[in-house]
Structure formats: structure tokens, C-alpha cells
Design a protein around this ligand. Structure first.
Ligand code: NDP
Length: 334
């Protein structure tokens, strides 16, 4: 069993007199900066001078260029996109890091694949929330926290675990339970979840239902547009995956437990597919493909995205979500 840390395991006094820089004021950076400040930690923000920078200033943070923020702080939360992190680290962070300081990553990706060239004279920590930024802030404000995978990757000072748990407590994750982990495990679990194929499975179900005579509206409401998924996610979490079945009708329970099982041959094929995904993550194939895709200007992603956006479901979905008054896209993009 993995060790799980809670509030009593973290000591905020470890951060007394220290300055924490939050580098990147996006999804995670915004939430974590607010949580740290509300926990009484001295926080500054580092970002490129753009709208996120202005946002941080408007939120009352002392905000600097990244290199200046690193100069002024002791512990540094790297909360920029994983793709740009190695270059930003090399140019703006590394030259300003001092002996015995710590960097904190919210994802194991750049460590696992060796993209981040960190020196031996610092601590390297991981606090990887299992939660989007808005949930990180909401969990803090509501007092329930949020879960994370945490670990010490490099312990130069011999004090890295104490710093890890103090920062974890200050951002609120110890209230939700922080699971002892490491960068490779975090990368494996995170990428595997993303590659698993949820959105295509849901769209496939929609296509088959519509081809079988269901209206697009009925098909979408059945699988995602009703919001029932949110309630299901809640009972999965609170009762457990199979125990929650008792909340469904007997017909539903029979269908879910018995009828939906794959045949032995289908099961074997599905496991082969999943093991192929794991192999591509573990041997670096995915990371290499993704790096090449970025260098080439995203040709494959752009093509697939265009194909997905021109699927007939997209227009049907927009019409339904507008009619139901639940579409959030416009406000998010504006
Ligand atoms: P975002 O894309 O939301 O935020 C990135 C931030 O970095 C923005 O403020 C952006 O500014 C800034 N930025 C972009 N380019 C630069 C640059 N060259 N120099 C300085 N700042 C820059 O990132 P996330 O919060 O999604 O991800 C941060 C980390 O958290 C990643 O490691 C990710 O894997 C991890 N993570 C993310 C989760 C999530 O819910 N999104 C969940 C768990 C972990 P601007 O937008 O103004 O360009």
C-alpha cells in the first residue's frame, strides 16, 4: 500500500521566513498561489509580461519576470505548460537558482523523459494534483482539499521531505490526502488515463445509437449531456466502483455486471490495446512523437482536430447545449 499523507504530516513553520515563487499563473498557478497566500506563506508570481501577468497583479500578487521571481524566492513552483518548461528552466530559472533551494513540479513528465536538466545542488520535488486548477482552489476554500501524488525526486539538502509536506499542506492537498509516489509513476498513470480513449468511446456510443434510430439528442443525453456523469463520478468516488451499483435498478445492475462484460477474446484484444499504450509511454515512443509533433508545428493534431470538429455530432451538440442553457464555451473563450 502506498503511504498517504494528511494535514498532521505537514509543518507550515518549515516555510517561515521563506519566499515561494509561483512560476506561471495559469490553471494551477492561479489556484496554488491563492492557496499558499491564504495559508500565510509569502508568495510571489513569475510570468511572461502578458495578460496572465496583469491578472496576477490585479489579484494582489507581487509579480515579476520569471528570472527576477527566481532571484527573490527560495522555493519555486514550476507551473508553466510542460512543453515550454525545459526551455524556461534553462534560460530563466537555472541561472538564478541558489544552492539548497527547491523546485516543485506538478507533473513528472519532464523528469521521466529527461527533458529538465536540473543541477545536483537543489531539491527536486513533485506535488501533482489529481484535480484541475478550479478544483484545487474550490477544495481549499471548502476545506475538503484535493488529492495529489507527491514525492521527493532529489534530496540534496536532506530536508526535502519536510519541505514537500509543508508546501503540500500550504496548497491544501494534505486535507484531501497526498499519496507517496514518484515522477515515473505519475507520468505513467497520467498519460495512460489521457490515452485510454474516453471521448472516442463516448462518441462511438453516440454514433451507434444514432445509426440504430435514436435521435442525436437522446443519444447525447444518455451518455454525457444530461450531467448524470457528474453524479456517477461522485458515487464512484464515495461508494466504490462496484458498490455503487446498488444505487441502480436491478435491470441496470444485471446489464452492467453481466451483459456488458467482454467475451474472453474481446477482453484479450482490449488488454493488448491497453498494454500497447503502456509500452509507448514506458519506452518513450509517445514522448518522442509528441516532441516531433511540436517541432513540426502540430500537423497531425491540427488535422485530427479539424476532422473531429467537422463531425456532424458537433453541430447537434452545440444546438442541444444551447437549448438546455448549459453551454459554457462562449464565456470561457471571451
Ligand atoms: P497553463 O497552461 O494553465 O498555464 C501556464 C502559465 O504559464 C500561464 O500563466 C502562461 O501565461 C504561463 N506561460 C506560458 N509561457 C510562458 C513562458 N514562456 N514563460 C513564463 N510563463 C509562461 O498550465 P497548467 O496550469 O495547466 O499546467 C501547469 C503544470 O501543472 C504542468 O506541469 C501541468 O502538467 C500540471 N498540471 C496541470 C493540471 C491542470 O489541471 N491543468 C492538473 C495537474 C497538473 P500565458 O497564458 O499568459 O501565456
Amino acid at each position: 500500500m502506498a503511504k498517504i499523507y494528511f494535514d498532521q504530516d505537514g509543518d507550515l513553520s518549515v516555510l517561515k521566513g521563506k519566499v515561494v515563487s509561483v512560476l506561471g499563473y495559469g490553471n494551477q498557478g492561479t489556484a496554488q498561489a491563492h492557496n499558499l497566500r491564504d495559508s500565510g506563506v509569502k508568495v510571489i508570481v513569475g510570468n511572461v509580461r502578458d495578460s496572465s501577468y496583469e491578472h496576477a497583479v490585479a489579484d494582489g500578487f507581487d509579480c515579476f519576470e520569471v528570472s527576477e521571481a527566481v532571484k527573490r524566492a527560495d522555493y519555486h513552483l514550476l507551473l508553466v505548460p510542460d512543453e515550454i518548461m525545459p526551455r524556461m528552466f534553462e534560460l530563466d530559472v537555472l541561472p538564478n537558482l541558489k544552492n539548497g533551494q527547491a523546485i516543485v513540479l506538478a507533473s513528472g513528465y519532464n523528469i521521466t523523459y529527461g527533458f529538465l536538466k536540473y543541477p545536483e545542488y537543489i531539491d527536486v520535488l513533485m506535488i501533482a494534483p489529481r484535480m484541475i486548477g478550479t478544483g484545487v482552489r474550490k477544495g481549499y476554500l471548502e476545506g475538503s482539499g484535493f488529492p495529489s501524488l507527491v514525492g521527493v525526486h532529489q534530496n540534496y539538502t536532506g530536508e526535502a521531505q519536510k519541505v514537500l509536506l509543508a508546501i503540500s499542506k500550504a496548497i491544501g492537498t494534505l486535507k484531501g490526502g497526498a499519496v507517496e509516489s514518484n515522477c515515473d509513476e505519475e507520468t505513467l498513470c497520467d498519460l495512460f488515463n489521457e490515452h485510454f480513449g474516453y471521448v472516442y468511446a463516448l462518441r462511438r456510443a453516440y454514433e451507434i445509437l444514432v445509426e440504430s434510430g435514436a435521435s442525436p439528442e437522446a443519444a447525447m443525453l444518455e451518455f454525457w449531456a444530461s450531467g448524470e456523469e457528474m453524479e456517477l463520478a461522485r458515487v464512484h468516488m464515495t461508494y466504490g466502483l462496484f458498490h455503487q451499483l446498488k444505487l441502480h435498478s436491478q435491470t441496470s445492475q444485471y446489464g452492467q455486471e453481466v451483459t456488458s462484460r467482454l467475451t474472453p477474446e474481446e477482453e484479450e484484444n482490449e488488454r493488448k490495446r491497453l498494454r500497447r499504450l503502456i509500452a509507448n509511454i514506458k519506452d518513450g515512443t509517445f514522448a518522442k512523437d509528441w516532441a516531433l509533433e511540436q517541432q513540426a508545428g502540430f500537423p497531425v493534431w491540427n488535422r485530427v482536430h479539424m476532422e473531429n470538429m467537422s463531425h456532424p455530432m458537433i453541430a447537434e451538440e452545440e444546438r442541444l447545449l444551447r437549448l438546455l442553457g448549459v453551454l459554457e464555451r462562449d464565456t470561457e473563450e471571451n
